[in-house]
Design a protein around this ligand. Sequence first.
Ligand SMILES: [Zn+2]
Length: 417
Amino acid sequence: MSTYRTARCPRCGHVLDGPFYEPCPVCAKEGHNLNHITEFDLSGAKLPGPGTGDEGIFRFREFYAIGDGDPVVSLHEGNTPLYRLNRLGKALGFENLYVKDESRNPTGSHKDRLCAVIVSRALAEGAPGITVSSTGNQGMSAAAYASAAGLPCVIFTTPNVSDTMKTAMQIYGAKLFVLPTMADRTVLMERCVRDFGFVPASGLASPPIGSSCFGVDGYKSISFEIYEQMDQSVPDWVVMPISYGDGMYGIYKGMRDLKEMKYIDRLPRMAAAEVYGGAKETMRQKSEFPIPAPGEPSIQTSIATPWVTWQTVHALYDCNGAAETCADPEALEMQKELARTEGIYAETASVASLVAAKKLLDAGTIRKEERVVAVITSPGVKDPAVSRAALPEAPAITASVDEWKKAMKDVYGYELG
Ligand SMILES: [Zn+2]
């Protein structure tokens, strides 16, 4: 049975009484944009065992705001592997480094957990369609789930999005539109929601408050799976790449559920990996409100945003967490190292978690013997052009052994005997 009770502003307690995508009206009057956050009554609730219940993340459906008997839209998301990175861990100086590989979801990112819940709710409510502003992962996921539900999906994007991402969004059935700027795409998405009743799978508010509070609960399943995969325990640290921080906040909520149900007695510490350092600066100043950190365009497009949300910052405060930045050259270097040591070709924004973990280790914030789970959110094959620039041009040669031997040495520095 669903344990969902209500959604409330985490700052002032205002109960959600309108569309989920509107910020809390009380805090808005004071000039602050906040999302409502779901609340559950977990007295008597238990985790279902692996292999029981509904498909994908809906095995945990009682922990989402999904009505009993309502249809759910699953593409067998979740149940992603968690394993130890022995070679990379050793190279970086960790004794217990693990990865939770979210690139193994159906559309190749953790967003599938978010969209599974958003689209299921939209279907149950009889919504006419789904709309999203996206640089790629969220759009791909929304498109696939909308199609599975038989709903149209309208995506607004910008010209800098890779052809691979555009192709993927369209192959999943989305009606894709390219707008000149990020602000332009929000204008049309807002009309799509307010005039035509489509359900937004990304936030409308500016400054951003995060995605649907109901959808973010889908990320709680990451924590439940980690708990099962680590033999009914949680790590000392979970390191997550963040944009606004919905993924990290959802994982934190899952950990809090585990604590409330008395499966664990303390929350793991969480670390946010970001491009520009908004969360890091906010924490340094111990500010109640997020401090934006603008910056130059980055190749880590999935997380290159200046804003982090209120609830994400407060989750970091609550678990005694940390935040660290990842610059583009650091991401490219880690992308190669992860691929060459562990066979995982992750997107640059994903390996930000490993870059941040290494920096926190070097700073003494993370101790080398602590168990650290870095979340990989998406694969590198979605945007290979950014990796291409950091690799040598593959030499074009004729079938001449001499030519081949020379290129082996000149391009790859390998001398054949
Ligand atoms: Zn409020």
